[in-house]
Design a protein around this ligand. Sequence first.
Ligand code: PEP
Ligand code: MN
Length: 313
Amino acid sequence: MSEGVERQIIGVVGSIGPELQDELEVMDGVSEVLRISKPYKLSAREFHPEDTVVSIGEAGVKIGGGEFCVFAGPCAIEDEEQLVSTAKAVQAAGAKVLRGGAFKPRTSPYSFRGMGEDGLKLMATARAETGMPVITEVMSERDVELVERYSDVIQVGARNMQNFALLDQVGKTRKPVMVKRGFSATYEDWLLAAEYVMAGGNEDVILCERGVRTFETFTRNTMDINAMPVIKRLSHLPIVADPSHATGKWYLVSPVACASVAAGADGLIIEVHPNPDTAMSDGAQSLTFENFAALMQQSEAIRAVVTPHATSS
Ligand code: PEP
Ligand code: MN
């Protein structure tokens, strides 16, 4: 159900015959019965005209509907000092949510694959020390309960965007879920992935554009700037941009972050490390504390001049 200022919209999903439409139309209190033409329903703006605002953690950090939120932290959690010092630095610069991977999807099985539950415990320590809510990735159905216990937002990574069993499982949790776009997923594929989570009963979904695969090899991926206004038009869900994974190079992160903000992103997720040269994962795309603080100032300046873009006529 979507509760707007002027009307309530009740969504009915499944195959619905024309008779049911007629029966519903004559009921008291029903002003009209509209068919949602898109294959995704709950995530469609047609069903829910107002922007969804997702509330994160006990602190109630908001994202969507004009509320802007930056998630920042290391790609992978390495040790307490690394995580807590990063948390404090990004918080001082204005980030609201701490990111950090404990279960890392690595292309090679020989790369550092994360600290697992010990990493999640360090996330809890960093949250206790700073009051920042935390986001971390869950890679397997098996770990959903564990990650839900420690994390304020559950991240589904690009490689798992179409792991339907995992999407079903996170749909049963009561924590907001960030669904990252698959490397070569269309907007429809991606919104249908969000639909899995919502159909499971969890409507607190945040979408994340993290770049798509193109013919270009100089950058790790290519940021699809179109995604920001396209998703705003097609869906009511908040959209975050990840310029770290979209570019793969630290010196591209700030300009591409700024472009994403100008295009209407509701937030950013940025990899930051105390010493990127020694990072165990994604050092080349990680910002130093200083560069992150500079990016935050630039992004604020851009937000101040970008009024919400009209996305429907
Ligand atoms: C990450 O956020 O560290 C990550 C692995 O991202 P993606 O799933 O977008 O590659
Ligand atoms: Mn990473």
